[in-house]
Structure formats: C-alpha cells, structure tokens
Write a protein that binds this ligand. Structure first.
Ligand SMILES: Cc1ncc(COP(=O)(O)O)c(C=O)c1O
Length: 531
C-alpha cells in the first residue's frame, strides 16, 4: 500500500517518520529494520523487527521501533531512559539493587515489605523494589522501566501520579490533613457516591476494604439480630476473623465435597468461635446456596459476595446468579452485602450493582476510590445504615474520611466520569485488545492458557480447560507455578504484573494502545523463554 509517508518497492518498504527514516527489508535471511536519523544522517542503525511482515510495517509500528531505538541510543550514550519504550533485550536487565535492598530489610521488615502478598512468596527470591511511577509506567531502584498492569492491586484507576490527583492531594496537604471534625469535602464526595451508586442512600467512609467489610458485617448482625454470615469459597473480603476462611488456593483433596465444603481457616490465630457462625458455600451454584439457607432458617444475617470473583484470577458470575442470590436473600430476611472493593469504580461508574442490575442492602468500596490513598466506603439503604447513628452499631476510626484522601477521591471521580464516563470506555477497549491479543498468541503458540476478563479486569490462567468457573476448578486446573514463571519472564521485557495467579491485572485510564503492542511483543518473547 502506498501512502504519503510510506513507499513499498521490491523487498523494501520505506517510511518517513518525524525525525527518522526507516527502511524495512525482507529477505530470505529474515526481516530487518534500518533506521536513519534524518537530521544527522548518521550511519544506519540496525534494529530487529518482530514477526510482522516488514512490507506491511505501519507508521504506528515505526513509532514503537523508533522509541526502542532511541532508548538504546540514550543508554549507550549514558543518557536517562525515556518513557514510551521498554528494555530491548533481557541481557541488560538487572535487579541487583532490589536484591541488595531486600537483603538490608532482613531483621527489620518481615518479608521485606508490609504485606505477605508483596514479598518473596509472590515474587520468588526477593520482591522488586519500586521507586516511582508515572502514567502506565513504574520504575524500580535499578532504573528498569515497566508497563504496570498491576496498578497497586487495582488502587490506581487513573494510573500513577495523575496530575489532577497530585494537585488535589498537595492542595489538601497544604491546608491541613485532619481536623477531628466534620469537613465539607466529605459531604461532597458522599454526594458524588450517591449520584453514581443507586443504593447509596447513606454513606460512611473508612480506610480499607477490610474495615468497610467489618462494619458491614456488624451492621448486618445488629440490624437483623441474627448471628450467622454466609460467604463463598474462594472469595476474599479482607483479613478480619469472620470471613478469613476458604479463600486461599488449596489442593482439591483438602476441600471436601461440594455438597458440604470443609471450612478451612486461612490463618493461625483466628477466633475459632467466630468461624462457628460462618457458613461457606460454593459460588455460582444457586442450588447449593438454597440448601444452605434452608439448613439455617432464621439464623443468617447476611450473604456476602464479590460481584466478580477477583481473588481466584477473574471469574465472572454465571448468568442470573447474582440476581438469584439477591432474591433468595431478600425472601428469607437476609441482607445482601455486595463487596465491590475490587469492582467499584472499575466495571461501571456504579460498579457491579449497575452492571448486573443488582439491589444489595449494603455495598463496600475500597481500592480504586482513593486513587492510591487509603479510602474506603460503606454505602447502603437508609433503613440499614441508619443503625450506625449514635453508635447503635459502633463504627469509629481516627482516619475515617481522611481529608487528603477525600480530595484524592473527588479528583478521581471527576476524571473517571468526565465526558460521559469516557474512562470506562477506554479501559474496556484497551483490555479487550490486550486480552484478544494474548488469547490468540497462546492459541497460535499452542500454549495451554486462557484469558478470563470482565471489563478492565483480566487474568491469564495456565490450564487445559476452556474456562474456570469457580474456586474448585481454579484449585484443580490452574497451574500457578507456570503463571509465576511466565510473569517473572515478562519483567526483563519491561512488563510488570502480579506473579500471583490468584490475583489479576487491571487496565487503567493511563494505558495506551502502544502499551498493548509492547506487552504482546513481550509476552511472545517471554513464552519463547518459558515454554
Ligand atoms: C474483594 C475484596 N474485598 C476486600 C478486600 C480487602 O481490602 P483491603 O486490602 O483494602 O483491606 C480485598 C483486598 O484485596 C478484596 O479483594
């Protein structure tokens, strides 16, 4: 195809960039891209092409090749790395400083960090020590640059250091962090939540998803006067005692029968008597749920569910399942708590509640609300939420509704909902492109892996199954070691995701089509190394 910027003749395609001239050549020995700097007319620089035919090379592809070339040049000249490219060859990749930093933490920080999910259990020998982030990129202490698909466990819906969030935070910090009193910004953010979330008749702020869920459980028990709570296998709702059961990946033989799951505490030190009142049921199985409700008449205060199972990769609800759950709860005087800690401000402006047309009694939010700051919320029907008044059901917290966090949340919600919720359309589109690309890569390479996605949340699962539909299937059929190996092999190619198979990746407003292209290239190279 001839265009103003490109000419094809014989085995050669010439493309004119802004400051580069590229000649793509296809010969029997392979494909090559020669880059000439149009100003200095230096000798041609050689750059390897990926698998795409050189003669159909587009301007977009040229831009990527030029970015890679510039990075190479700037490294060779001792210059700073530039965003917009990735490490060319893993040969130059080193995490020596991370290793040293980890060694220094020994005897000081447990597992080198402040949460077991960030330590060697997830990363292998030692975690990567990150130094800064901007947009879709994150940079480690060794100067490596990565496209970040993890985005702080989903806490950064706009990417790193979004300018409007930075301005909001610094402005709030400069005028006082905490007044131990009511603040106008709390009202403003609460009203924003009411406008986005249908059942948010009342709002209470907390700091973390765990805290919001603790308050929700207490509220449900207080309002119904019933002791028991029902949760699902493989769902995680924070690290408090009531719900910390059957949410880790375990050997299938440990799980017991579907009809009577073994309740497996996820930690030592739990209050075992609290767990006596926790009923565990397989998810995506209405019959099992119905049986459990019938077996505990008048005893169950609440059914707690994630909208999308987000702590066993990404597992969507079966069609009509959540509506069935909700109907069953309400028909039996049970409150439905929807945990939107992960899905809130991600799947849709009103979360899973909006997307699946649900009507829960209480909803918890965290992660994406504070744009990297610890902000969580409990919202719900006035009839239930008003029991918090005067501490009837007690919920305190020195840092609840933190002023700086509230300013971050306001900036975040403004950006997310701008231009008729354009951010949501963007993240869905980018995620679809990336996941389609990954799926066809696995297919074409004969790799037994699938990609499960809902909107901007996705996870690669190394499995020979066509789909993973619940916790038991995840435990039985997903090869977590293969996933960890694959993700760690992406790092040298400038792509970062959580190496934990039970977590998932997230597309944010900051991710671009170029990030998708580079990630697909990196995935192809990582597969060459690992399969
Ligand atoms: C669905 C869900 N609920 C609750 C939580 C707990 O949130 P936090 O880590 O902010 O306490 C998490 C954390 O990953 C989660 O995934």
């Amino acid at each position: 195809m001839q265009s103003k910027n490109a000419r094809t003749a014989g085995n050669c395609r010439t493309i004119f960039g802004n400051s580069y001239l590229a000649v793509a050549v296809e010969g029997r020995a392979g494909r090559a891209l020669l880059l000439y700097h149009s100003k200095s007319k230096v000798a041609p620089a050689f750059c390897r092409l990926s698998r795409e035919p050189a003669l159909s090379l587009s301007k977009g592809r040229l831009a990527l090749a030029v970015a890679a070339r510039r990075r190479h040049d700037s490294r060779r000249d001792g210059g700073a790395t530039r965003s917009g490219s990735r490490p060319e060859e893993p040969v130059s990749y080193s995490t020596e400083k991370s290793k040293q930093a980890y060694e220094q933490t020994q005897g000081v920080l447990i597992e080198g960090s402040s949460s077991s999910s960030r330590g060697p259990a997830t990363f292998g020998e030692y975690p990567i020590f990150m130094e800064r982030g901007r947009g879709s990129r994150i940079f480690d202490v060794d100067g490596n640059e990565y496209i970040d698909w993890m985005m702080a466990f989903g806490a950064l819906p706009l990417g790193h250091a979004h300018p409007e969030v930075v301005e909001a935070i610094t402005g709030a910090a400069a005028t006082g962090a905490h007044f131990a009193s009511a603040t106008p910004i709390e009202l403003e953010v609460a009203e924003m939540l009411q406008s986005l979330i249908r059942n948010a008749e009342r709002v209470r702020f907390a700091n973390t998803g765990t805290e919001a869920m603790m308050a929700a459980i207490r509220l449900a028990r207080g309002v119904t006067g019933r002791p028991k709570i029902l949760k699902f296998e493989g769902h995680y709702h924070g690290w408090h005692d009531d719900l910390l059961v059957s949410s880790n990946v375990l050997p299938p033989s440990a799980l017991g029968l579907r009809s009577d799951p073994v309740k497996i505490p996820d930690s030592s030190g739990l209050n075992r008597s609290a767990l006596d009142d926790t009923i565990v049921v397989p998810w995506n199985d209405l019959k099992a749920l119905q049986r459990a409700v019938e077996n505990h008449p008048g005893q169950i205060a609440t059914i707690v569910s994630e909208g999308i199972m987000a702590n066993m990769g990404v597992i969507p609800p079966a069609k009509g399942y959540l509506r069935g759950l909700e109907d069953l709860a309400h028909a039996n005087g049970i409150l439905f708590i929807l945990d939107e800690t992960v899905t809130g401000f991600r799947i849709a402006p009103g979360g899973c509640q909006e997307y699946y047309r649900l009507s829960p009694d209480l909803v918890t939010f965290g992660k994406a609300l504070g744009c990297g700051l610890p902000v969580a919320a409990l919202v719900g029907r006035a009839q239930v939420m008003d029991a918090l008044q005067w501490g009837g059901v007690l919920h305190y917290g020195t840092h609840n509704g933190s002023r700086i966090g509230m300013y971050a949340a306001r900036a975040n919600l403004r950006v997310l909902t701008r231009d008729d919720n354009a951010a949501f359309r963007h993240t869905w589109r980018i995620a679809e492109r990336l996941c389609d690309g990954l799926s066809s890569l696995f297919r074409s390479q004969g790799v037994p892996a699938i990609v499960q996605r809902v909107g901007p949340m996705f996870q690669i699962m190394f499995t020979d199954q066509p789909a993973i539909r619940d916790y038991r299937e995840f435990c039985q059929f997903v090869d977590r070691a293969a996933f960890q190996k694959f993700v760690l092999s992406l790092f040298p190619f400038g792509v970062y995701a959580s190496p934990a198979a039970a977590l998932h990746s997230i597309v944010t407003l900051a991710h671009t089509d170029a990030d998708v292209d580079l990630t697909l290239e990196a995935a192809e190279k990582a597969l060459e190394k690992t399969t």
